[in-house]
Design a binder for this molecule. Structure first.
Ligand SMILES: NC(=O)c1ccc[n+]([C@@H]2O[C@H](COP(=O)([O-])OP(=O)(O)OC[C@H]3O[C@@H](n4cnc5c(N)ncnc54)[C@H](OP(=O)(O)O)[C@@H]3O)[C@@H](O)[C@H]2O)c1
Length: 240
């Protein structure tokens, strides 16, 4: 039976991917703050699911949960990082900016490093993280969120480069970059091309199975990514 750890599995993309993993016969360790939602998943498949209540901003607890999951499951095939937050914060309220950085930057870095070091020891493993199309540009309404996603994308690319130093070529890094998906995280009023969670998760799971390096979700957001990468700031300053 393959083993996986999912951070941010209480709702949205993480919860949906956990369901796919259970169907695919994985044993999974899932975490998040809302323990009752994790317990619902575990109660349906107690033989396959281990739960940990975790606030990833508590970095010591995050490390302990990681070690506990590895201790219980053994060799880990797949680690999925979905824990993330974001706010519309046009007034630059410091508590919201700091909250975003603690979860999306500090905690994400710890999870990436724990995963990579484990995989280096195992000489194999697959790290998947859900960043965002937001990684590609700045945004006046949610500066910390957009910047934190750029950080994630660059960190994941660094780990991809590092994975090439490990003999055997069996460490894979996948960066998932969604546009709007219908979860509580979809930011803003103008949510064009919003995908259902079902469709987005189906596409993400396919990408994971193929161990692709990166993917825009849904696929049509690849077109937007091309535009975002080349349009000068003066031309998009009104929409961003
Ligand atoms: N939905 C979109 O339109 C969209 C677009 C681009 C990227 N994304 C990214 O997709 C990822 C998943 O979001 P989602 O759309 O699935 O929304 P979601 O339903 O809000 O899921 C976010 C997950 O992160 C967990 N989380 C947040 N803060 C945490 C903390 N301090 N400690 C532990 N877990 C924490 C939440 O669990 P608890 O609250 O129970 O702790 C939840 O399980 C995020 O990184 C988001 O930035 C989403």
């Amino acid at each position: 039976m393959p083993n996986a750890i999912v951070f941010g599995a209480t709702s949205g993309i993480g919860r949906s991917l956990s369901d796919y993993l259970i169907q695919d016969n994985y044993r999974i360790a899932i975490s998040g703050r809302r323990i009752e939602l994790l317990e619902e998943v575990r109660d349906k498949r107690p033989d396959q699911v281990i739960v940990h209540q975790l606030d990833v901003q508590d970095l010591d607890q995050c490390r302990q949960v990681f070690e506990s999951a590895v201790g219980k499951l053994g060799e880990i095939d797949l680690i999925i990082h979905c824990s993330g937050i974001g706010y519309e914060n046009p007034q630059l309220d410091w508590s919201l900016e700091a909250d975003t950085v603690k979860t999306n930057v500090l905690a994400a870095t710890l999870i990436y490093d724990l995963a990579f070091n484990l995989f280096r020891k195992q000489e194999k493993g697959h790290l998947v993280s859900v960043s965002s199309i937001a990684s590609l540009r700045g945004n006046r309404h949610s500066p910390a969120y957009f910047a934190s996603k750029a950080y994630q994308v660059n960190y994941l690319e660094s780990l991809y480069f590092k994975s090439k130093e490990v003999k055997g070529g069996k460490i894979f890094i996948t960066d998932i970059r969604p546009g709007y998906i219908d979860t509580r995280m979809a930011l803003g009023d103008d949510k064009f091309w919003m995908s259902s969670l079902e469709k987005a998760s189906r596409q993400i799971y396919k990408v994971i199975k193929r161990k692709k390096r990166r993917a825009y979700i849904t696929r049509r957001w690849l077109l937007i990514s091309w535009v975002l990468k080349i349009v000068p700031s003066w031309l998009i300053k009104k929409v961003m």
